[in-house]
Design a protein around this ligand. Structure first.
Ligand SMILES: [Zn+2]
Length: 337
């Protein structure tokens, strides 16, 4: 991006900012320059990072541990290693209320007739439950607008699992900043927006929880309080770009412990063949079941095409995406911080 004319308040270095930027941390001295919003500097925390060499080692360790990559080890070459700090909002939301839901359960009874034969009869019953909700959720989400940035969301889950210690950006001495020297992605979401998202996501977290354990939510009366204890967390994130047969792949590592959080990896030829046979298998299932009868035909076709699609799409890509966590929402509940 072009220099925008903004300069660091402390050292005068030019700052790279966009119209969305809330906070721009100076790449030279580490001073957080506030451009809009009213975030206090004492609420910005930074998690220290490993250095580039350690990340290169972490990459080769990942290769060793991966069944497919290990076999291509000789053909892999690191092209570039890029470290960044990505900003995240973290906070607490208290939720309270009541949820009434229905679960279908199988109920079985055994009858013994006069001749001593036992027969078991089962039928489905609808059971109704009411539960109170009263808890505080810890939520966290990216403070960036580009949701597509690879690995940004995957960091959240790993953070909540490992809970690394952060320190206030204010308390980072200049010597320490010298060692950090990573690009810090600009914060583009202010507290007001972050609070709105947390508020919505808190309700979603609770709703999803009841969705998962019920057949139907009959009454959902849960309110979320104003989010509290908001802080901006700068998390170190490293991307290793590597080459395999003229294609570039990448893997994202958490800077505090060097764990791979997400990656796009080459797929070896024999693995592609394996997936392709999976696709053929799926079509065969579809066809075989299609011959079986009306009800099965439908299920068979769906199942078959789902299997084919699953494997087929993987072959087309010639690559696979690995993630340490599951699929994430913008904010994830249940953090320990
Ligand atoms: Zn500066």
């Amino acid at each position: 991006m072009e220099a925008s004319g903004f300069r660091c308040e402390r050292c005068g270095a030019p700052l790279d900012v966009s119209p969305e930027t809330i906070v721009a941390v100076c790449p030279y001295c580490g001073y957080p320059n506030h451009l809009s919003g009213n975030l206090k500097t004492e609420d910005i925390y930074i998690v220290p990072s490993l250095d580039k060499n350690a990340i290169a080692q972490a990459f080769w360790k990942m290769v060793e541990k991966d069944f497919d990559l290990k076999r291509m080890k000789g053909e892999l070459e690191i092209v570039d290693i890029e470290g960044k700090y990505a900003p995240y909002w973290a906070g607490r939301v208290h939720v309270e209320g009541k949820v009434r839901y229905m679960v279908r359960e199988e109920e079985c009874e055994s009858y013994t007739d006069s001749e001593g034969n036992t027969e078991t009869r089962c039928h489905t019953v609808e059971r109704h439950y009411t539960e109170r909700v009263n808890e505080t959720l810890r939520l966290m989400g990216s403070a960036r607008r580009q949701v597509g940035e690879f690995g940004v969301r995957d960091m959240v889950k790993h953070y909540s699992k490992t809970n690394p210690a952060g320190k206030r950006l204010l308390d980072l001495g200049e010597g320490e900043w010298e060692r950090v020297k990573l690009e810090i992605l600009n914060t583009e979401m202010d507290e007001v927006q972050a609070k709105l998202m947390m508020h919505e996501d808190a309700i979603d977290v609770i709703r999803n929880r009841f969705d998962a354990k019920s057949d139907k939510i009959e009454e959902f009366d849960v309110r979320a309080d104003e989010p509290e204890g908001l802080r901006l967390l700068l998390l170190p994130m490293w991307t290793v770009y590597y080459k395999h047969e003229n294609s570039i792949f990448h893997a994202v590592f958490a800077g505090w412990d060097g764990k791979r959080v997400a990656s796009v990896e080459p797929m070896p030829v024999w693995r592609r063949i394996q997936y392709l046979s999976g696709a053929v298998f799926g079509l065969l299932i579809g066809a075989a079941m299609g011959m079986g009868g009306s009800g099965w035909a439908f299920i068979g076709l769906i199942l078959g095409s789902a299997i084919s699609w699953h494997f087929g799409s993987k072959v087309l890509e010639g690559q696979r995406v690995e993630r340490s966590g599951g699929i994430l929402g913008d904010f994830v509940g249940g953090l320990k911080r």
